[in-house]
Design a protein around this ligand. Structure first.
Ligand code: AVI
Length: 318
C-alpha cells in the first residue's frame, strides 16, 4: 500500500489524512468514507449550488428562521456576547444573526484558511464596527480562542445541521468540546434538520438536476486526481436512501458493474450493487434534539421552526 520511492512529486502533493481515510474506508466492509473529503474547491462549489436547489429546503428554511427570530435570540442572549461560529460564516446566514444580536466580536473557526479569509473579509466589510477575529483550525480538535474575547460571554453558532453529518457519539463529543471551549454562561444556537416525509427527504438528496449526484461523484474525481486512482467515474451511480432505523439519509456510490481499481497503489474490487457509503445526514425529532443537546452538556432553552416543521433552530444554555 505504500507509495514507491520513485514518485516523489506525487507523494509531496498527497494529503496524508486524505490518503489514510480513503484507503481505510475502501478497505473496510462495508466501504465508507468520511464526508469531510467532499469539500475540495469543486465540491464546495457544488455544495453552494445544492443550497439553492428547489428540493434542498434546509438552507432556505434556516435562513428564514434566523431572519424571523434573530430578535428573539438577541433577547435571550443579551448584549455584549462574542459570537463564535463553527465553520466559516456564510454570507447568507451569518449577517442575519449579527445584525440582530449586535455582538461584541465575531470569531469564525474553519479548517480552510482560504475560505475563512474570504468570508471574514466579506463580513468585516458588511460590519465595519465589529471586531472579526478568524481562527484557522479544526473545531473537532482542541483549539484556543482569541485573547480579545477572554472576558466576553460567548454565543456558539453552529448552523446548517452540520451536526447531522456526525454519528451520534461524535456529535455528543463535539457538543461537549464546544461547551468546554465556550465556557460558563455560554449559549449555543444550533440548526438541526427534522424528520419528515421520506420522499421529501430523498428528493433533497437526489435532486432532479443531478447536482447532488455530481457532488457525490466528485469524490471519485478527487480520489483519482489526488491519490493517483483509476476509479471509473461511469462505474458508479449516486444513491440517496432513507435509513429509518437510524433516522438518517445516507448517500452512497453504487458500483453499476463489477469494478477493479487502484488508489495510491492499493487494489480494490467491488461487486455490482456494492456501495461506498459517503455521507449520513441525521434528522431529529423534537425530543431527539433535546436528548442530543443534553447529552452534549447543553440545556435547550428555546426552539423555533417553520410552519411545516421542516427545520429546527435551537437555542441552548451551558
Ligand atoms: C453539510 N451538510 C449539512 C449537508 C447535509 O444536508 O447533510 C451536506 C449535503 N449532502 C448532500 N446534500 C447536502
Amino acid at each position: 500500500m505504500l507509495l514507491t520511492e520513485d514518485a516523489p512529486a506525487r507523494t509531496q502533493r498527497i494529503d496524508p489524512a486524505f490518503r489514510r481515510d480513503i484507503l481505510e474506508g475502501l478497505g473496510h466492509e462495508p466501504k465508507s468514507t468520511p464526508p469531510i473529503w467532499f469539500y475540495d474547491r469543486r465540491g464546495s462549489e457544488l455544495f453552494e449550488q445544492i443550497t439553492d436547489l428547489p428540493e434542498y429546503y434546509p438552507t432556505r428554511t434556516e435562513t428564514a428562521l434566523l431572519k424571523a427570530h434573530g430578535p428573539d435570540v438577541a433577547r435571550a442572549a443579551g448584549a455584549g456576547r462574542a459570537v463564535v461560529e463553527f465553520g466559516a460564516g456564510s454570507s447568507r446566514k451569518t449577517p442575519h444573526l449579527l445584525r440582530a444580536i449586535d455582538p461584541a466580536a465575531y470569531v469564525p473557526i474553519d479548517i480552510s484558511g482560504d475560505f475563512l479569509r474570504d468570508s471574514s473579509a466579506e463580513l468585516a466589510r458588511a460590519f465595519p464596527q465589529l471586531p472579526v477575529l478568524p481562527v484557522v483550525g479544526d473545531f473537532n480538535q482542541p483549539l484556543d480562542l482569541p485573547k480579545e474575547i477572554s472576558s466576553m460571554p460567548r454565543l456558539g453558532f453552529f448552523p446548517g445541521s452540520t451536526i447531522g453529518n456526525m454519528e451520534p457519539g461524535a456529535a455528543v463529543d463535539l457538543l461537549r468540546a464546544m461547551r468546554r471551549l465556550l465556557g460558563e454562561d455560554a449559549m449555543l444556537l444550533i440548526g438541526m434538520d427534522r424528520i419528515k416525509d421520506r420522499d421529501r427527504l430523498i428528493a433533497a438528496y437526489d435532486d432532479a438536476q443531478g447536482v447532488t449526484a455530481a457532488f457525490n461523484l466528485n469524490l471519485i474525481e478527487r480520489i483519482n486526481r489526488e491519490l493517483d486512482g483509476d476509479m471509473p467515474i461511469d462505474g458508479f451511480a449516486h444513491r440517496a436512501v432513507w435509513n429509518d432505523e437510524k433516522a438518517r439519509i445516507e448517500m452512497h456510490l453504487e458500483a453499476v458493474r463489477p469494478l477493479n481499481f487502484q488508489v495510491a497503489g492499493a487494489r480494490f474490487h467491488m461487486e455490482r450493487g456494492e456501495t461506498i457509503h459517503t455521507e449520513s445526514s441525521h434528522k431529529y425529532g423534537t425530543r431527539d434534539q433535546r436528548v442530543l443537546l443534553r447529552a452534549g452538556g447543553w440545556d435547550p432553552a428555546d426552539e423555533w421552526t417553520d410552519a411545516e416543521g421542516l427545520f429546527g433552530l435551537v437555542l441552548a444554555q451551558a
